[in-house]
Design a protein. Structure first.
Length: 169
């Protein structure tokens, strides 16, 4: 199967990135629905209502909860979570543990780019989508490359686990 992850500059935040270009989220979502079997999209809370209006009815909203987060001056309550929208993916079946619709992981800092995702968030996305090591994964906004590196480590870990299960005792 073919999966995508999109973590574009959040609406109104393009000025924080070198490209300084707003993303057309409607076009992005339409493209992902057409080209991938499943996808995940990171966004920020202020844009959730707008972006949901662009999504198919069968999306699922999940949360990255940040036990340690950065707070903006004069913003109260603070934003200590980020929505992640999921669409389709592989059915997990009944013989695997139920995946939570949230993950708790501290925000990253000093990773070279605003918004870099920690490995725990990436691994949760792969599990939520029901991905397997042999799947094709495209990080549409690679930024620091952290999610692609997380995919490689997750895939290697899953491949080793599956191989070890096949070996006789």
């Amino acid at each position: 199967m073919k999966f995508a992850y999109a973590d574009p500059p959040y609406i109104g935040m393009a000025h924080c990135y070198e490209e300084n270009e707003e993303v057309d989220h409607l076009e992005l979502i339409q493209k992902m629905c057409k080209e991938y079997d499943g996808w995940a999209l990171s966004l920020h809370v202020p844009s959730l209502k707008q972006i949901l209006g662009y999504c198919p009815d069968d999306v699922r909203i999940a949360a990255w909860v940040k036990p340690f987060a950065f707070f903006k001056k004069n913003v109260n309550p603070g934003y200590a979570w980020e929505p992640v929208i999921f669409w389709h993916g592989r059915s997990r079946g009944v013989k695997v543990p139920t995946e939570r619709d949230w993950v708790a992981a501290n925000a990253t800092f000093k990773k070279g780019m605003i918004g870099a995702k920690p490995r725990a968030v990436a691994w949760w996305i792969f599990e939520f989508l029901g991905m397997k090591p042999e799947d094709e994964f495209i990080d549409l906004y690679p930024g620091t490359g952290a999610v692609t590196k997380a995919w490689e480590s997750w895939r290697d870990m899953k491949s080793c686990t599956q191989t070890e299960l096949l070996l006789p005792p």
